[in-house]
Design a protein around this ligand. Structure first.
Ligand SMILES: C=CC1=C(C)c2cc3[nH]c(cc4nc(cc5[nH]c(cc1n2)c(C)c5CCC(=O)O)C(CCC(=O)O)=C4C)c(C)c3C=C
Ligand code: FES
Ligand SMILES: [Fe+2]
Length: 351
């Protein structure tokens, strides 16, 4: 289960940020070996405070392990041909890091693995970065046959799980205003430089939003907005907070905020949305509720198991290769040679 991870304790914040700023697939910094620790050190105190406020760390490891255990148990039932199944977690910037997971899998003698991205939507800065990291560390994993689940943003089980959480949030509004309540889907933004390279993320997040609205019978007006931009460069907009302020000006004061690109709570739902944006919106006289993150949703855990079952079946029958057709295509503007080699390597089952 591939994801970026988050600091499980406040003390882990600096190393999390340093690992993040050291990742050329996420942030191409000049003189990275020197600038990454410097920027991480400067940023750490502010981010540490945020992790303190949300309870002393990111809950992403707890939820990923819980989702993984639930998924593996369901898989033993749904696809006994490949049982027993075991979920390993490989985070890109926090423990357990890819190298630790590689060692563990080698020690356990794993021979067959599915690299299952926990980002529903593909971005070269997220899933691409995790896959590049596995590729660079391929020898540390031992002799494994690999296949990849790289994106699943319109899987019906995922859409259902999100839709149920939106419905639950809508019930908090008085029936007289419920149908006019605006559904504001909030996704982590991406620098325009990455989007303009041809990154598929924005397109795939949009497809999820359409599918959720379709499932809800297009019952409410909605928008997709973008949060958490970092630094001075241009990022995808409109920004979530600006959108809330704009809606207030237009007297659209009932809003459901829906985190749409991450499958568990993290600093950006618990701090940025809950502490900053919703608090600000309430001061503007708005009535805002946030849809729950997927966290322990049994519908979502079943969706994860269904995604893997279908992948294993298709792979065994030969109706799909080790990777999706879409994963084979590099961004038209890609200049990262590792992307090309990584895609070729996974397409051959990692051999
Ligand atoms: C799909 C989700 C995400 C994308 C795309 C993404 C791109 C991206 N992020 C940064 C920089 C930072 N992100 C930070 C935290 C963070 N990012 C995501 C998700 C995506 N990022 C999450 C869920 C989190 C929080 C992790 C947790 O709490 O568990 C941070 C650290 C916090 C901070 O310093 O503000 C940075 C930095 C870039 C540059 C980028 C695209 C290139
Ligand atoms: S940046 Fe998208 S494939 Fe390399
Ligand atoms: Fe981020």
């Amino acid at each position: 289960m591939l994801n970026m991870g988050g600091p499980s304790t406040v003390a882990e914040t600096y190393s999390f940020l340093r690992n993040m700023f050291s990742d050329g697939d996420l942030i191409p910094l000049p003189l990275r070996r020197w600038s990454a620790p410097f920027i991480a050190k400067r940023r750490a105190p502010q981010i540490e405070k945020q992790y303190e406020i949300i309870g002393g760390g990111s809950p992403i490891l707890k939820y990923t392990e819980l989702q993984g255990k639930g998924m593996a148990a369901l898989l033993d039932e749904l696809h006994p041909e490949t049982a027993p199944h075991k979920a390993y977690v490989a985070f890109r910037y926090a423990n357990p890091l890819t190298q630790a997971t590689a060692q563990q899998m080698k020690l356990d003698g794993v021979r067959r693995a599915v690299a299952f991205s926990q980002y529903p939507h593909y971005s070269c800065s997220t899933t691409g970065s995790s896959l590049n990291e596995i590729y660079r560390r391929r020898s540390e994993f031992g002799n494994i046959e690999w296949s990849v689940i790289d994106r699943w943003g319109i899987h019906p089980g995922f859409i259902e799980a999100v839709a149920q959480n939106v419905e639950a949030a809508l019930t908090k509004f008085h029936p007289s205003v419920r149908d006019d309540t605006v559904i504001l889907f909030s996704a982590h933004s991406l620098p325009m430089s990455i989007i303009n390279r041809g990154d598929p993320y924005v397109m795939e997040v949009s497809a999820t939003v359409s599918a959720v609205m379709e499932r809800l019978g297009n019952s409410n007006p909605y928008r997709l907005v973008w949060q958490s931009q970092v630094g001075p460069s241009a990022w995808m907009g409109p920004q979530t907070l600006d959108a809330l302020k704009g809606l207030a000006k237009h007297h659209r004061k009932q809003v459901v905020l829906v985190p749409i690109v991450f499958t568990s709570d993290h600093i950006e739902t618990l701090f940025e949305l809950d502490h900053e944006y919703i608090a600000h919106a309430r001061k503007l006289g708005m009535e805002v509720y946030r849809a729950e993150s997927l966290n322990q949703s049994p519908v979502f855990i079943r969706a994860l198991a269904d995604i893997v079952t279908k992948h294993l079946r298709d792979h065994a029958s030969g109706s799909c290769g080790p990777t999706s057709v879409q994963m084979g295509l590099r961004c038209p503007g890609c200049t990262i040679e590792t992307c090309g080699r990584q895609k070729q390597w996974f397409a051959q089952g990692g051999r």
